[in-house]
Ligand binder design. Structure first.
Ligand SMILES: Cc1cc2nc3c(=O)[nH]c(=O)nc-3n(C[C@H](O)[C@H](O)[C@H](O)COP(=O)(O)O)c2cc1C
Ligand SMILES: O=C(O)C(=O)c1ccccc1
Length: 378
C-alpha cells in the first residue's frame, strides 16, 4: 500500500503501531493525552497486557502454499473483512474535533465494524449518517439505571442500523486513574461525551431545563444514572426483551462469569480488562483468554481486547481461541494524528501487517490458527 521510494510519498506517520502513543502525545494537550493513554493505578495491568503478548510466540510453518489468503470472517452474523473491530472509545471529540464522525468514516473506508460508545460526543444518528448505510456497526451500552432512558437509547440504536449490542460490565464507575486525577481531568463536566443521553427524549423528559440551558443539572442527572452497582445477572432478560439482535457482554475475565453469560443466553463475550484502565493488578487479558475459551468456547463467540497492537498480536489472540479482536488506543492515536485519515492509516497498517504475518507464518485464513500455532510461556 505504501510504495515508498517509487512515487516519493511517505506514510503520514509511523507504521509501527507500538510507537503511536509517543508520537500522538506531540499532537495532544496533556489532559486529553492523559485520558487516552492513561491506565488504572500504577499501570501494572496496562503493562501486563503487552507482556502477555510477548510471552507467546508464533511458530511459522513452511511450504504450505498459503496463497489466496482470506482474512474475512463472520461474527454473530456480521460479515467483516478481517477479524478486527474498532473498540468503543468514549468522548472522541477531546481527541480530535471530528471525534466519532471521523472514526465512523474511517471504519466505512476499511469495512471494519465500529462499536459506538454510549459516551459518544456525537449522537447515535449523526454517527450512523457519517458511517453510511451498508457498513456494519455495533452499539456499546453503559447500562443506565433508568429503564425508560435505556429502552429509548436501544430503540434509537436499532433504528439507526446498529445490529449487535455490546454491554460493558467493568466500568460502572471510573477507576482510580492518576493521569486524570493529577490533572483534575473529567471530560463529562465540560459537557462533552454526553451527546447520546443529552439528545435523548426520555433523558430530557426528566430535566426541568434542557441541557443547552442548564448544563450542570444535566450532567448531575447523567453521572449517577450511568454509574452505580445496581445491575446484576438476573436483569439480563430485560436487555433481551428490548434488543432483538445479538448481545455481547464486554469485560469478562473469569471462566465462571463466562459460564454465567452463556447460561443467561448471551451470544458473545469480550475478554477484556478495558485496556488496563479499570482494575489495576488485574490479570492480563490474554492470560484470561484460554480458560474462558475452555469454559464456553463452544457455547458463545469469544471476542478479545486489551493490548492488541500488531498483526502478530491479532494472530496470537485468534490462536488462543478468540473469534475476533477489538482495538482501542491505536486507532484513537491515529485520530489524534490526523482525524479520519489518521484512523485509516492505522487500520490499513494493522490489516496489511496481519495479512503478511498470517501468510508468512504459513496460514491462509484466521480459522487455520490454533494453540499449536504458538509456543507459549516463553
Ligand atoms: C480513551 C478510552 C475510552 C474508552 N471508552 C470506552 C467506552 O466508552 N466504552 C467501553 O466499553 N470501553 C471503552 N474503552 C475501552 C476500550 O473499548 C477497549 O476495551 C480498550 O481500549 C482495549 O485496550 P487497548 O486500548 O489496549 O486496545 C475506552 C478506552 C480508551 C483508551
Ligand atoms: O475512559 C474509559 O475507559 C471509559 O470507558 C469511559 C467511560 C465514560 C466516559 C468516557 C470514557
Amino acid at each position: 500500500m505504501y510504495l515508498n521510494g517509487l512515487d516519493g510519498t511517505l506514510p503520514p506517520f509511523t507504521t509501527d503501531l507500538t510507537l503511536l502513543g509517543a508520537s500522538a502525545r506531540e499532537h495532544m494537550d496533556p489532559g486529553a493525552f492523559g485520558y487516552l493513554a492513561g491506565a488504572a493505578g500504577s499501570g501494572a495491568t496496562h503493562r501486563a497486557n503487552r507482556e502477555a503478548f510477548e510471552r507467546h510466540r508464533l511458530v511459522p510453518r513452511m511450504l504450505r502454499g498459503p496463497s489466496g489468503r482470506d482474512l474475512s470472517t463472520t461474527v454473530l452474523g456480521t460479515r467483516m473483512p478481517a477479524p478486527v473491530l474498532l473498540a468503543p472509545v468514549g468522548v472522541q471529540s477531546i481527541i480530535h474535533p471530528d471525534g466519532e464522525l471521523a472514526t465512523a468514516r474511517a471504519a466505512a473506508a476499511t469495512g471494519l465494524p465500529m462499536v459506538l460508545s454510549t459516551a459518544s460526543s456525537h449522537t447515535i444518528e449523526q454517527v450512523a449518517e457519517a458511517h453510511g448505510e451498508d457498513n456494519p456497526r455495533w452499539f456499546q451500552l453503559y447500562w443506565p439505571n433508568d429503564d425508560d432512558v435505556c429502552v429509548s437509547i436501544l430503540d434509537r440504536a436499532r433504528k439507526a442500523g446498529f445490529t449487535t449490542l455490546v454491554v460493558t460490565l467493568d466500568t460502572w464507575t471510573l477507576a482510580w486513574r492518576p493521569q486524570d486525577l493529577d490533572q483534575s481531568y473529567l471530560p463529562f463536566i465540560r459537557g462533552v461525551g454526553t451527546a447520546i443521553p443529552f439528545s435523548d427524549p426520555a433523558f430530557r423528559a426528566g430535566l426541568e431545563k434542557p441541557p443547552e440551558e442548564e448544563l450542570i443539572a444535566a450532567v448531575l442527572r447523567w453521572v449517577p444514572m450511568f454509574t452505580g452497582t445496581d445491575r446484576s445477572w438476573d436483569q439480563l432478560p430485560f436487555l433481551r426483551e428490548h434488543w432483538d439482535g445479538p448481545i455481547v457482554l464486554k469485560g469478562v475475565l473469569h471462566p465462571d462469569d463466562a459460564r454465567r453469560a452463556a447460561d443467561a443466553g448471551m451470544d458473545g463475550i469480550v475478554v477484556s480488562n478495558h485496556g488496563g484502565r479499570q482494575v489495576d493488578g488485574a490479570i492480563a487479558s490474554l492470560d484470561a483468554l484460554p480458560s474462558v475459551v475452555e469454559a464456553v468456547g463452544d457455547r458463545l463467540d469469544v471476542l478479545f481486547d486489551s493490548g492488541v497492537r500488531t498483526g502478530a498480536d491479532v494472530l496470537k489472540a485468534l490462536a488462543l481461541g478468540a473469534r475476533a479482536v477489538l482495538v482501542g488506543r491505536p486507532y484513537a492515536y491515529g485520530l489524534a494524528h490526523g482525524g479520519e485519515e489518521g484512523v485509516i492509516h492505522v487500520l490499513r497498517s494493522l490489516l496489511a501487517d496481519l495479512d503478511l504475518t498470517l501468510g508468512l507464518s504459513g496460514h491462509r485464513t484466521p480459522a487455520d490458527l490454533s494453540p499449536d500455532s504458538l509456543q507459549s510461556g516463553v
